[in-house]
Write a protein that binds this ligand. Structure first.
Ligand code: GLC
Length: 404
């Protein structure tokens, strides 16, 4: 099993000058800012509290096992000391990130934007902050393509092993933006070949517009397993970059349910944080991650190394499985009994995962009808578990079933 499937849970980090505007990482496009209007954020990007070791510790404590940093977002600003531009942080911020991940035992990932709203030869399109400029200036995408390939080469040759690469994104033919770009513009085939040559074991996403190693549903949970490896990327509050006044936070239990739901369908969760302009993961994010970490501490067994199970779960439940263990996640807590299709005779022992307290089986005769104090028999093959009335005080209770 490759490490990505095993790990299941990673941290996405969106960070750059837009963190100072603190109103979404697309601020330059949304507000059609010129380079000059965006420049104050670049000039004041001076993250005095940048402590990637703290980020890595936060990720690990949340139960995450890999981290993915925006080396460059759509604004074109580079977090590493590129030789190919001056549009970059005053010091290399990627190197200490990589070192911190390694020290914490996290796999290292880079997000790299294909879109670039600063490069002078990136042709205007419907996403571009200067999309209304007329006449549309002549630009030569091949010059930008060389720059893109050169920068990816830098990123994959300077920091040792890079485990994961998230390109973002291709939009040729997408109706919401004119002038969309795709594999021809990026030189995707050639770029991917170079990536594989420089980092033979790297896992690359699917957003070069040609098949990669995994697909990347964004801000939705697939309703069924996606083809091949997949990883949902999700935000805490709808924004990727630090968004000070946005209070649309998901609850900790919803976030855990999203993680469980993904694993039950064979997928991963890449959960985002947007550190602020000083480099700190803000207290709202930290508090949510700590609660997820509290759950993971007790329930890691039902996530790590787990995948889908062949059984059909009861309503409001999700199964995950690893070897002879089947994990029943109860998104809502029923009164005293839960009936498991097709599991009669297949389970040797059951316990609550949070405290290893035994969960006993109830036997009912399939021919017996429900009547006053007597529960009805269930369809043949059903295993009925007897649950305590008190729901365990954890974000999502889990019953661990030891299969015969
Ligand atoms: C996008 C957005 C973006 C974010 C990303 C994460 O396509 O443009 O701002 O970085 O997806 O998946």
């Amino acid at each position: 099993m490759n490490w990505l499937i095993n790990d299941r849970f990673g941290m996405f980090v969106h960070w750059g000058p837009y963190s100072l505007a603190a109103r979404h990482e697309w601020v330059k496009s949304r507000e059609k800012l010129t380079d000059a209007q965006y420049q104050p954020y670049v000039d004041h990007f001076s993250p005095d509290l940048y402590d990637p070791a703290a980020w890595a510790r936060t990720a690990r404590a949340a139960g995450m096992r890999y981290a993915v940093l925006t080396t460059k977002h759509h604004d074109g600003f580079c977090l590493w000391d590129s030789d190919l531009t001056d549009y970059k942080a005053p010091r290399d911020l990627v190197e200490p990130f990589v070192a911190a991940c390694r020290a914490e035992g996290l796999k290292v990932g880079f997000y790299h934007s294909l879109i670039d709203w600063h490069h002078p030869e990136f042709p205007l399109d419907g996403t571009h902050p200067q999309r209304d400029v007329r006449p549309i200036p002549e630009r030569d995408v091949s010059v930008y393509r060389r720059y893109l390939h050169g920068q990816v080469r830098e990123l994959l040759t300077r920091y040792g092993t890079v485990d994961y690469l998230f390109f973002d994104f291709s939009y040729a033919g997408r109706s919401e933006w004119w002038g969309g770009k795709g594999p021809e513009d990026w030189g995707s085939e050639e770029l991917l070949a170079m990536v594989r040559e420089l980092q033979p074991d790297i896992l690359v996403n699917d957003r070069l517009g040609i098949p990669g190693d995994f697909v990347t549903p964004e801000q939705y949970q697939p309703s069924a397993p996606m083809p091949g490896l997949w990883e949902a990327c999700q935000t805490l509050n709808g924004s990727w970059g630090y968004d000070r006044d946005n209070l649309d936070y998901k609850s900790a239990d919803l976030l855990v349910k999203m993680l469980v739901d993904g694993v039950s369908k064979g997928g991963n969760l890449l959960l985002n944080v947007g550190p602020d302009g000083r480099g700190r993961i803000d207290p709202r994010a930290t508090a949510l991650l700590a609660r997820i970490g509290g759950w993971m501490e007790l329930h890691e067994r039902s996530i790590r190394g787990c995948g889908p199970a062949e059984y059909h779960p009861p309503a409001d439940c999700r199964y995950t499985r690893r070897g002879d263990r089947l994990y029943l996640h109860l998104f809502s807590w029923p009164l005293r009994h839960v009936h498991l299709d097709g599991l009669a005779g297949k389970v040797r022992y059951a316990q609550l995962l949070n405290d290893a307290s035994e969960i006993r089986f109830v036997s009912t005769d399939p021919d017996q009808e429900a009547q006053n104090t007597r529960m009805g028999g269930q369809a043949p093959g059903t295993l009925t578990l007897e649950l305590p009335v008190q729901r365990p005080d954890v974000l999502v209770p889990v019953v661990e079933l030891f299969l015969e």
